[in-house]
Structure formats: C-alpha cells, structure tokens
Design a protein around this ligand. Structure first.
Ligand code: NCD
Length: 305
C-alpha cells in the first residue's frame, strides 16, 4: 500500500505517468466518471481549508466515489483528546482512502504508519503540501510542455509557506532549474533548503525587490504571507503588503511568463492582473482537481482502459 507524504515519494517517471493520466482525465472525463464507484474518500482536516478539501471532494465525486469527513479539529474526536493514530485506525474502517491536513508537521506521517488505507498528506503545518505541488507541476507541464530548464521566481512568505518548500523539493530533480527567491529578509527561505541547493549545486539567488528580477523569470510563483504561523500580529501587519504584483510591475515581465499562486490570494496580486493571459492561478485550481483524481486512482490501484 502506498501513501503520499512528500512529492519525492513518487519518482520522476512515476510523476510522468501520473501527469499523463491527469491530462487524459482532463480530455476524457466521462471515461473516468464511474471508476471509483463504491469507494469512499475520508477528508480529515484538522486545520481550516476550503479549496484543498473541496478539490479532493470534487475529485472523488468526479470519479463516481463518495466522500465523508470533518473540516475542523473542533468537530472531530481530537477535541476529546484522541490521537491521530487512533483516528486513522477508526477511519480505516469507514473509508478506502484518506486525505489529512494537520497543523502539526509530521502528523499525517504518524497516521500513515498506523493506517490500513492509503493516506495523503493534504498539508502538515509549515512543512509539506505535496498535492499542491503535484497541482503546480501539472499546471507548468500542461501549459509549458516541460518541467526542466526554467528560471522560477518564488515570491512572498518563503519561510512559512509549505507550498514553496514542497515545490522546491520537487523541482530540484529536473535539470536546468534556476531558483530566484524573492522575500523580505524576515521571510527568507529556510537554511535547510539553501543548504540542499548548495549541496546539489543547483543555482539560486535571493533578492528583496520583485522588480529587480522580473524580466528574467519564466515562472513566477506568488504566495501570501502566512498570518496563522506568525507569533505576533505586528510583524504580520508590517510584512503583509510587502509585494503587490500589479499591471505596472507586470510590464517588466516576459510575454510568456506564467504567474502561479496556490491561493488563497490576499493582496499580493492585484485583481487587475487576473485578466492577463499570463495569470494562470485559476486554471491551476482546475488542474488540482485532475491531478487529485489521478492520484486517487493511482493509490487505489484502479486502472481504466
Ligand atoms: C496553501 C496552503 O494551505 O498551504 N493553500 C492551498 O492549499 N491551496 C497556501 C496558503 O494557504 O497560502
């Protein structure tokens, strides 16, 4: 049985197969509409989320399966003191596969160790968010036709943003990637990531001003400042509007640069940018459903001819 904790749990070849499946689902949704009939997905969300949870639910419903679950810790037995290990053993009796989000780093991994059904990490604290990464990779691959030889700018909260950590982790396996980290000094990418890049001899640079590097970027990954992971509100207020991508700044960028964002957006991309063909963050949401459909089929070992 397989789980998904980290984007590296799949080899590059396995990811290629997964993305090809996701693209086939996109092209022929009807073919897959009954693939998960009789199967149930449990969404165990100990931390608020709308898009990720609904994306999983939409994916399972699109495959003809059913969904059950809870969407905050207060409405689960966690509020009575139950451990995730016990919860997953119980959930294993109710469902065939589980997507779990938890504020504590490593909690879905603990659950997977006790589970008799596949567990998908749907975000654990500031650590990893592998299905967002699969979404990001599928979006780039579908719109650019490749996952190698890019200069990618990651902008915003690079310290607490788990989507950023997961995406870097996944991209280091592709050749010709150059990272540009754009953040205020307080929200720099963690040292363990820059250590890894140096060790692997993967080029990166760190800048504070977005305008300084925009013309060189093939991809721009914007993120919000992660308010819920700050220790004090003052710091958050000081940093929250550090970057605002507007039409004016965007005029510095390449005509074929893609703008991605895991959403939710706060102020970091001005709404006037939404109509620009380079803004693909809403398409990205749609790719998120296709890639979760492909993931559910893969982890349940269901094949559709
Ligand atoms: C992200 C997350 O939860 O980490 N959202 C998402 O799943 N699309 C990004 C965020 O909350 O900023």
């Amino acid at each position: 049985m397989r789980h998904l904790m980290n984007p590296l749990d799949f080899t590059v070849e396995e990811l290629e197969t997964l993305f090809a499946l996701a693209n086939d689902i996109e092209a022929h949704p009807d073919k897959y509409a009954h693939a998960c009939e009789g199967k149930k997905l449990a969404t165990c969300f100990y931390e608020p989320s709308t898009r990720t949870r609904l994306s999983f639910e939409s994916a399972m419903l699109g495959l003809g399966g059913q969904v059950l679950g809870f969407s905050d810790a207060g409405s689960s037995s966690a509020s009575k003191g139950e451990s995730v290990s016990d919860t997953i053993r119980v959930i294993s009796c109710f469902a065939d596969i589980c997507a779990m989000r938890h504020p504590k780093e490593g909690a879905p991994m603990v659950a997977a160790g006790r589970s008799s059904i596949p567990v998908i990490n749907a975000g654990d604290g500031g650590h990893q968010h592998p299905t967002q990464t699969l979404t990001d990779l599928l979006t780039i691959r579908s719109l650019k036709g490749r996952l190698d030889h890019f200069t990618i700018g990651l902008c915003g909260d690079l310290k607490f943003g788990r989507t950023v950590h997961s995406l870097i982790n996944a991209l280091v396996r592709y050749p010709g990637i150059h990272f540009t980290f754009i953040s205020p000094p307080e929200l720099r990418v963690p040292d363990y990531i820059t250590d890894l890049l140096r060790e692997k001899k993967i080029p990166y640079n760190e800048v504070i001003r977005l305008e300084a590097c925009l013309p060189e970027l093939d991809l721009l990954y914007m993120t919000r400042v992660q308010r819920e992971r700050f220790f004090n509100e003052e710091d958050y207020v000081r940093l929250k509007d550090f970057y605002i991508l507007d039409k004016n700044k965007l005029s510095l960028a390449r005509k074929d640069m893609l703008i991605l964002h895991p959403l939710p957006r706060v102020n970091e991309i001005s709404v006037e940018v939404d109509d620009d063909p380079r803004a693909v963050y809403f398409k990205q949401v749609q790719y998120g459903v296709y890639v979760r459909m492909a993931l559910i089929l893969t982890l349940l070992d269901i094949h559709v001819d």
